[in-house]
Design a protein around this ligand. Structure first.
Ligand code: CP
Length: 313
């Protein structure tokens, strides 16, 4: 099926698409965060009235999917959800043919989550509407990095110089990859921590100045932000990861968290698995920003949608 006006989006910012943090400048990120501060989901603004936002999810999601939907509706857009199960994707329709179909029925913007890295980039290169990456395989999750930066900046004056420990399954984490790009661009000191199987040495090549440690205590000591990641059990096939050993060495406990600064933020992109990567009391401790991260996803995604459709006022 031919596309309606093929154009190539070679960069993350082309035509309003947001494909990854790696290709976005600090100035653009700062503008998006500033715009997010003006967005209030409780006070809807009809900036996107008449626009149709397609939510195309090939993988499970709660936070990202729902907050994009609420964000779009708060701006006056209509939303349509397409899941891989129950749609013609199950019959073998390709990613591009699905994209052309959704464009043909009148989509003005597509939000896509896909298990393969690069899927949103392929779509953006073949449709003439903005594509927003809602998580592609082990590659990037740009709106999560934006909402995490937004959350940190509600508690800390600036990102520059902050000591941020990212702990857990970094190998499989698109959240970690986007966070590393964003935090490093703004001069945060990022320490990565996890076992060899979930954090290869190669990870230091993601951004300049990254440090790797295998000791959770070393990573957390003196940190301003402690970001804990879920062990992605669904992607562990073939890797030798002993979960009991993982828990004893890397689970975030109150004893470990107390090694961070007194005013350190405890973050986790969710979904959290209590008793695995963090204890129950850590999830609910006063320093925990986990629920706030989810809440902040709405104004941040409102900003991303408004900017993508050229309505960033
Ligand atoms: N953080 C995140 O992407 O959560 P969901 O998978 O629930 O969207």
């Amino acid at each position: 099926m031919p596309s309606a006006g093929r154009q190539v989006a070679s960069r993350g910012s082309a035509r309003g698409s947001l494909l990854g943090i790696e290709g976005v400048s600090t100035a653009e990120i700062a503008k998006l965060l500033q715009l997010a501060r003006k967005m209030n989901p409780q006070r809807p603004r009809p900036l996107l009235r008449g626009k149709r936002v397609l939510l195309l999810f090939y993988e499970a999601s709660t936070r990202t999917r729902v907050s994009f939907e609420i964000a779009a509706k708060a701006l006056g857009a209509t939303t349509t959800l397409v899941l891989s199960s129950g749609s013609s994707i199950e019959k073998g329709e390709s990613l591009l043919d699905t994209a052309y179909t959704l464009r043909a029925v009148g989509a003005d913007l597509m939000v896509v989550r896909h298990p393969n890295a690069g899927a949103p980039h392929l779509m953006a290169a073949h449709v003439d509407i903005p594509v927003i990456n809602a998580g592609d395989g082990m590659h990037e999750h740009p709106t999560q990095a934006l909402l995490d930066a937004y959350t940190i900046l509600r508690h800390k004056r600036k990102l520059e110089g902050l000591q941020v420990a990212i702990i857990g399954d970094i190998y499989h984490s698109r959240v970690a990859r986007s966070a590393i790009h964003l935090l490093s661009k703004f001069g945060a000191k990022v320490v990565l921590c996890g076992p060899q199987e979930l954090l290869p040495e190669l990870a230091t090549t993601l951004a300049p100045g990254l440090r790797i440690t295998r000791s959770c205590e070393d990573a957390v000591r003196g940190a301003d932000v402690v970001m804990v990641l879920r062990v992605q059990r669904e992607r562990l096939a073939g890797l030798k990861v002993n979960l009991q050993d993982y828990i004893s060495r890397y689970q975030m406990t109150m004893t470990r968290l107390r090694l961070a600064k007194n005013d350190a933020l405890l973050m986790h992109p969710g979904p959290i698995i209590r008793g695995l990567e963090l204890t129950w009391d850590v999830a609910d401790c006063p320093q925990s920003a986990i629920v706030e991260e989810v809440r902040n996803g709405v104004p941040v995604r409102m900003a991303v949608l408004a900017r993508a459709l050229g309505k960033a006022k």
